[in-house]
Design a protein around this ligand. Structure first.
Ligand code: G3P
Ligand code: CA
Length: 290
């Protein structure tokens, strides 16, 4: 059935259910399902993957943030989506002649000079590309949960080990964080398998939508399968839920990137466990009424 039809028929029911549900986890200490995850932070309202985007998610009362991790020329882990600095910073102006402005061709000190906010809006002029260390500290300050994406791992040999070491140094691999506050995800199954082998207790999510027949082999090391909502179906979600993940619980589904109420309700009716969104306030209001 088309998502719009499902949405139309489920809106009324879910709207009523929302009124009956306990209020948001931040307000009542109860975790609702599906979780709402701020994609690259609250990236509709602040420049993606910056501390401002984390702060904005926190200000909206959103517990989960998603980010993207890559590595500089001198080996620092930084939070940025593209493998180039061009779209989300002023690298072209600051470093003319350094095309194509790849993250891996710049040192951390060079990247720290860049403005990662002006492209989004003048109110954010001077925002920086955060290091992963800075980012973890801010997420911790806000008592938020982190869906950490290892981006383009093929470009950064050893990035899994390095990321886990930093997470450990920052206190993110203790039982509390591992159980409730951290998921490492990637489009690369090889990278996720490596994370699982290095730190079997860490929860992992495979981005994309593998064929149902292939799901069992991914469930050996992936606790979640995280597809684009556009190609998702209730049958696929059921097939994922039927599997037991590496930590002995059913494999979950976080769907991305859902930015409007109608789609949020439709995807929720598919029984997903999480909705990843640039507009967490819009999705939360649609699902839970506030
Ligand atoms: O978390 C899902 C989503 O982040 C995957 O796509 O390109 O936004 O990293 P992308
Ligand atoms: Ca991402």
């Amino acid at each position: 059935m088309h998502a719009r039809v499902i949405a139309a028929t489920t809106t009324a029911v879910l709207g009523t259910v929302a009124l009956l549900l306990p209020v948001h986890d931040a307000r009542a200490g109860i975790t609702l399902r599906p979780s709402v995850i701020a994609h690259r932070g609250a990236s509709a309202y602040a420049p993606e993957n910056t501390l401002d985007a984390v702060d904005k998610a926190a200000a909206l009362g959103v517990r989960w943030v998603e980010n993207d991790v890559q590595r500089t020329k001198d080996g620092e882990l930084v939070v940025i989506h593209d493998d180039s600095l061009r779209r989300t910073t002023d690298a072209e102006e600051v470093f003319p002649g350094r095309a194509p402005w790849k993250v891996r061709d710049f040192t951390a000190a060079e990247i720290a000079r860049l403005d990662a906010g002006s492209w989004f809006g003048s109110a954010y002029a001077g925002a920086r590309v955060p290091t992963l260390k800075e980012y973890l500290e801010r997420v911790e300050q806000h008592h938020q949960k982190l869906l950490l994406e290892i981006k383009n791992p093929e470009l950064y040999p050893g990035v899994e080990q390095q990321t886990l070491e930093l997470l450990n140094n920052e206190g993110w691999l203790d039982r509390r964080h591992r159980t409730n506050r951290l998921i490492v995800q990637s489009f690369s199954a090889d990278s996720l398998r490596t994370v699982h082998e290095l730190e079997p207790a860490v929860k992992t999510g495979l981005l994309g939508m593998p064929a149902v027949a292939d799901l069992p082999r991914f469930a050996v090391f992936a606790d979640l399968i995280n597809p684009s909502y556009a190609s998702l179906s209730p049958a696929y979600v059921s097939a994922v839920h039927a599997l037991t993940g590496p930590h002995g619980t059913p494999v979950k589904v976080f769907a991305w990137t859902v930015d409007d109420a109608v789609t949020a309700l439709a995807v929720s009716a598919y029984d997903v466990d999480g909705v990843i969104t640039d507009k967490p306030d819009v999705v939360r209001r649609a699902l839970y009424g506030y």
